[in-house]
Design a protein around this ligand. Structure first.
Ligand code: C5P
Length: 237
């Protein structure tokens, strides 16, 4: 089923399959931050992120969100639809943290009255600069209609995730989404995991996400395991 490697990114490797319309995504233990300048590995990170992503995609599909997720082919590998990735990183923000507090006079922890959706150009070469709709359309990365649809899907996903994660004892300050085109339709792609979300424990306020690695805040594998215990308890039975 799984054939040659198509692409290896910072934390995931993509493989072709017998079917040109399907790919396998392998979640690895490697970690990078700050445009790849900081690198490391964390035991079982790939496993936890794959399982957390799977559960979240399944849950979103039930809520009517179309995603590229098809099935798991192993503990760390996901079968997905091959999509044409839209080169926009979509970041719904509920509580100010990270880059928005460095670029603008907004204090960390500020709770936004309504979610702030940030669009960044997905480009290592340009260090993911922030976009607006006109720039995205001028570059040809998407049409106005696609951007409107992506924004509305991102807000719907945010609503669902905030409630879901609250029930598991987490706050969701922000997270990153990627979308793709499948037969002319926009679908959710990439992953939703501890690497791509800020997750704060509701009672302690502690980071349970990649900020642990970015800012040396403790044992990343242990925190990801705790997130997995709450979101995918079935894998611990
Ligand atoms: O760095 P920044 O504060 O803009 O990140 C916002 C959110 O998007 C964080 O949850 C971060 O983990 C995620 N993100 C990501 N991949 C990127 C940039 C940000 O998953 N390339």
């Amino acid at each position: 089923m799984k054939k040659e490697q198509l692409y290896s990114g910072k934390a995931k490797t993509i493989y072709k399959t017998d079917d040109p319309k399907k790919l396998v995504v392998e979640f690895r233990d490697s970690l990078t931050a700050f445009d790849g300048k900081k690198k490391s590995e964390a035991a079982r990170k790939g496993y936890y992120n794959a399982q957390i992503s799977r559960k979240i995609f399944e849950m979103l599909e039930k809520e009517g969100i179309k995603t590229h997720y098809i099935d798991m082919v192993s503990d760390t590998e996901m079968l997905v639809d091959a999509v044409e990735i839209v080169l926009i990183e979509v970041i719904p923000r509920n509580i100010a943290a990270g880059s928005i507090t460095r670029k603008y006079p907004i204090k960390e922890g500020t709770v936004f009255k309504k979610p702030v959706v940030v669009l960044d150009y997905k480009s290592d070469e340009y260090s993911d600069p922030m976009l607006n709709e006109d720039i995205a359309v001028a570059m040809g990365v998407a049409t106005y209609e696609e951007i409107a649809q992506i924004r509305s899907m991102a807000l719907k996903i945010n609503d669902i995730l905030v409630k879901y994660l609250d029930s598991k004892g987490f706050l969701l300050p922000d997270f990153k989404l990627e979308f793709g085109r499948k037969d002319g339709e926009i679908v959710l792609a990439d992953e939703i995991s501890c690497d791509t979300c800020r997750l704060w424990d509701k009672s302690t306020g502690q980071s349970m996400d990649k900020d642990i690695f970015r800012f040396d805040k403790g044992d990343l594998s242990k925190a990801y395991e705790e997130v997995a215990r709450r979101i995918v308890p079935e894998i611990f039975k």
